[in-house]
Design a protein around this ligand. Structure first.
Ligand code: SF4
Ligand code: SF4
Ligand code: SF4
Length: 258
């Protein structure tokens, strides 16, 4: 019987907080991965990272600078499959709020000493290179990362849930935070996190991105009926996946102005 070689896998980060990579390191996820794949590159723990071809390349972070574009283009050339890891890589996450705020103010506040860096609008990696798989969430769930690896090893389709966060939330019997007149994005956000935030009595901020089947118009109508302003709703939508929510319907204001 021919023994299959373990796939060559690399982990990389561009502009991000390293939380996604640390998630892989924590809670035995990394040890389990070591048994399944050949990890060639990993920031923090490999002294000499590999420069050759990769079967699977995980990228964390948002494209915020020209340097990030160069990095991901090189990774694309070297890799058979690219995986956007975490909300930053999938949607732009918190840095992408820069698209909806005063850019100069943000840059001088966040990077007062690094103005040699050439800023580019904060965007998810799929706006710059072809991405084969997305594993969202801020930070991503280690179980989902392992499930992805097991799928590729057994040639099964990686099939994250199509249900919204509300589905998992109701299944857990949580009290609905909309009843407390809070803006919870659970009805319009893709599930897969087991309703992590509402289970901990915090509203969903949409970090797993827009749910393709959600009824956005009905949701916004309901929020506006509860006297929430357009600004309050937009601020919430723009926190983690604003660009993706906008893309979903061309422009989120289209729903909000009605
Ligand atoms: S997705 Fe969250 S944890 Fe990952 S790099 Fe972005 S901010 Fe950090
Ligand atoms: S708390 Fe949020 S996620 Fe849970 S059922 Fe209500 S709207 Fe949906
Ligand atoms: S409940 Fe919403 S914000 Fe919280 S982890 Fe799930 S998708 Fe992200």
């Amino acid at each position: 019987m021919k023994i299959q070689a373990k796939p060559k896998v690399g982990f990389y980060g561009i502009s991000g907080c390293s939380g996604c990579l640390l998630t892989v390191l924590y809670e035995d996820c990394f040890l389990e991965l070591l048994n399944l794949v050949d990890i060639k590159s990993f920031p923090f723990i490999k002294e000499n990272n590999y420069e050759g071809k990769l079967d699977y390349c995980f990228i964390e972070g948002t494209v915020c600078f020209d340097e990030d574009i160069l990095t991901i283009n090189k990774l694309r050339e070297r890799s058979n499959k690219i995986i956007a890891l975490g909300s930053c890589a999938c949607f732009g996450c918190v840095p992408s709020m820069g698209n909806f705020r005063n850019k100069e103010k943000i840059m001088s506040f966040v990077y007062p000493k690094h103005n040699h860096l050439k800023e580019t609008p904060p965007t998810p990696i799929n706006r710059h290179i072809k991405v084969d798989y997305h594993i969202p969430q801020c930070p991503p769930d280690k179980k989902e990362i392992l499930e992805f690896i097991k799928c590729i090893l057994t040639e099964r389709e990686f099939n994250p849930t199509k249900n919204p966060v509300c589905f998992e939330c109701r299944k857990k019997g949580n009290h609905c935070l909309l009843e407390d007149n809070k803006i919870c994005l659970g009805p319009v956000t893709s599930g897969g996190c087991n309703a992590l935030c509402p289970t901990n009595k915090t509203v969903c901020y949409g970090c797993r991105g827009p749910n393709p089947d959600a009824n956005y118009e009905a949701f916004f109508k309901m929020l506006k009926k509860s006297k929430h302003t357009n600004k309050e709703i937009k601020d919430k939508l723009e926190t983690f996946a604003g660009l993706a929510f906008k893309e979903k319907e061309g422009d989120s204001s289209k729903w909000l102005e009605k």
